[in-house]
Design a protein around this ligand. Structure first.
Ligand code: AGP
Length: 618
């Protein structure tokens, strides 16, 4: 949540910061701002409530300067407003800070600093927790410390996970960056006589692929030609940058109207990239090179727990299904934010699988921490971001290689995570001797058809647009699924809520009679996920019950299923898939329905209100 950028070098900082913020806007877009310093220490700060375009015009009138920091905000403390937008300054005006995270003890720190502010006849300029940071630094400077020491002392006083960038009037050719805990990353990009800072790689890629990821507890002093890190314990060193292998084209929208649409269309390619080299047929093996866990560990696992949040939780629910069905061992899923506050009983023979596309979701990281500290159980993370905090915490990682996902709604990383879970289920089943080599080979062959299932599902875009036109004014939807389609019903409802702002509930179809049916009437459309499979007859009984209440039914079923098409009001055909692979044929349709509904309603699809791509605060 929140995006941070920084620049120090020989070019005008303003446009570079603005462009970086545009690439990070998916992390928050309640307000934005930048601060620029010129060589003589003259400082200009510009900030605006609302989208970045509202800041853009104002920046054109800003004085120049080759050093600066910027921020795009997802509000936590203090509502979105010019006043609460970052950057925030010390009351003396010489220390400027942008922050991602939460200062959990800000009330206590504010109270402590209040007396001095009162004595000086000054007052707080915002309602944020952030403002205590420049004030603390300023106090330490006044006590005679160097800026680096003052920043280190101030950070030492903060509770909670925080990533910070700062500039100081007294050091006009330097920016500072610091990271404490898991509040999203800070990456330093190395240019030619210039340096860049950002919360995430997409903001750096147009400038450089030579980067250093700040570790927890590190503070960087960044000059145009060099970076000096102060590590935990005060040691100082100059880090070695590494090269990242990411194509800047991957973060361009291309001919698509929205990133979400682009990313839906990228799914067949993304899934192929996830499984490349990991679904070998001769001899059959799943994930032959990825899992850095001894085969004995995999062979001795007695249970698997899959955790995640949001869309990743829905992937976890489907993963649970596959682990039971394919690997043949007990499996559960859990909402990561709830898991650690219960008293879960794991033991060392439980394998914990964390699903998190960003690898930075604070709830999931919290659950992983709990697993490590309390149980010492082995942990695998399934993530799209190599080097993310989750990969550092887990024993081993499966990187899904989907390429950057920019749309706030997760799409291609959902199918990438699913593919990784399917492969993991195959690998565990084989290691345990419950899945013969022949059966493994069959499972993998089926998985290899998934890109084409996705492709054909995407082919239903026009039909989804027609349905969205018909139901664009509906205020509610019930989405029903059974078995492996139940988590997909939940995913469909989540997508409707987050980008179309439609109230939608995903339910296990069998549950409908136990309460939700009371909602139904002619004005309450029901989406039924009903491909042919072992539970199809039960699903059609549910559809009959819905129709008896006169609620319109939109069914998503197998191509050529005339009987189902006849039974319902509207039918969307998907390719018939093997029973365990229906998530791949249905996913594009549930995504496209939500996308088209949002389009019909004229909503901001890539930046839905109140959301941020990566949730790094609790
Ligand atoms: C999905 O469309 C949402 N943006 C959200 O639910 C997301 O899946 C969730 O925040 C988890 O994110 P992660 O996969 O990065 O951990």
């Amino acid at each position: 949540m929140c995006g941070i950028v920084g620049y120090v070098g020989h070019q005008a900082a303003g446009p570079i910061l603005l462009e970086g913020l545009q690439r990070l806007e998916y992390r928050g877009y309640d307000s934005s701002g930048i601060a620029v310093l010129d060589h003589d220490g003259a400082l200009s700060v510009m900030k605006r409530e609302g989208k970045l375009r509202d800041l853009q015009a104002a920046i054109e009138r800003m004085p120049g300067g080759a050093t600066g920091i910027g921020h795009t905000r997802w509000a936590t403390h203090g509502q979105p407003s010019d006043r609460n937008a970052h950057p925030h300054a010390s009351s003396s005006g010489d220390v400027i800070v942008v922050q991602n995270g939460i200062v959990e003890n800000y009330r206590e720190l504010k109270a402590e600093l209040q007396e001095r502010l009162d004595a000086e006849g000054r007052s707080w300029q915002s309602d944020t927790d952030t403002e205590v940071i420049p004030e603390l630094i300023s106090r330490e400077l006044a006590a005679g410390k160097s800026f680096g020491d003052a920043l280190a002392s101030a950070i030492g006083r903060l509770r909670g996970a925080n990533a910070i960038a700062a500039v100081h009037r007294g050091s006009p050719n330097r920016i500072y960056a610091a990271r404490k805990g898991s509040a999203g990353g800070i990456v330093i990009g190395y240019g030619d006589g210039e340096m860049f800072v950002a919360s995430d790689l997409p903001a750096l890629l147009p400038h450089t692929t030579s980067v250093y990821h700040l570790e927890d507890g590190e503070i960087a002093a960044i000059d145009p030609e060099s970076v000096t890190i102060r590590g935990q314990g005060g040691t100082q060193f100059q880090p070695e940058p590494t090269q990242v292998d990411l194509d800047p084209v991957a973060i361009a929208r291309g001919p698509f109207r929205h990133f979400m649409l682009k990313e839906i269309h990228e799914q067949p390619r993304a899934l192929s990239d996830t499984i490349r080299g990991r679904a070998r047929l001769e001899p059959a093996s799943a994930l032959p090179d990825d899992l850095d866990l001894p085969t004995e560990t995999l062979a001795s696992i007695e249970r698997v727990l899959v955790i995640g949040m949001g869309t990743s939780l829905h992937a976890a629910m489907i993963g649970r299904w596959w682990i039971e069905q394919i690997a043949g061992i007990p499996a559960d899923f859990d909402n990561a934010s709830e898991f650690r506050f219960r008293a879960p009983l794991l033991g060392p023979s439980t394998l914990v699988v964390a699903v998190t596309q960003s690898g930075e979701t604070i709830d999931t990281l919290g659950a992983m921490n709990h697993v490590r500290d309390r149980w010492g159980a082995p942990q695998v993370v399934i993530t799209n971001v190599d080097g993310s905090e989750a990969t550092r915490q887990a024993d081993t990682s499966i990187i899904i290689r989907c390429g950057p996902e920019v749309g706030v709604a997760s799409t291609k990383t959902f199918v990438g995570s699913l593919a990784a879970l399917y492969l993991l289920a195959c690998r565990i089943g084989h290691a345990q001797g419950r899945l013969s080599t022949e059966a493994l080979s069959k499972r993998l062959e089926q998985l290899l058809t998934a890109p084409s299932l996705l492709e054909r599902g995407i082919g239903q875009a026009a039909r989804c647009a027609q349905i969205a036109q018909l139901f664009g004014a509906a205020s509610n939807f019930l989405v029903l699924g059974r078995g492996i389609e139940y988590p997909l019903a939940m995913e469909a409802a989540l997508k409707c809520k987050e980008i179309s702002y439609v109230h939608a509930e995903g339910y296990a179809a069998g549950e409908m009679k136990h309460g939700p049916i009371a909602l139904l009437d002619q004005g309450f459309p029901v989406i039924a996920l009903a491909p042919r499979g072992p539970l199809f007859d039960k699903m059609t009984s549910t559809i009959q019950q819905v129709r008896a209440r006169r609620a319109p039914v939109i069914a998503v079923g197998d191509e050529g299923d005339a009987e189902l098409a006849e039974l319902v009001d509207h039918f969307i055909a998907v390719p018939p898939a093997p029973p365990l692979l229906t998530p791949f044929s249905l996913t594009p349709v549930v995504q496209l329905l939500a996308y088209q509904l949002a389009l019909t309603r004229g909503l901001d699809i890539d930046q839905p209100r109140n959301l941020a791509k990566t949730v790094t605060v609790e």
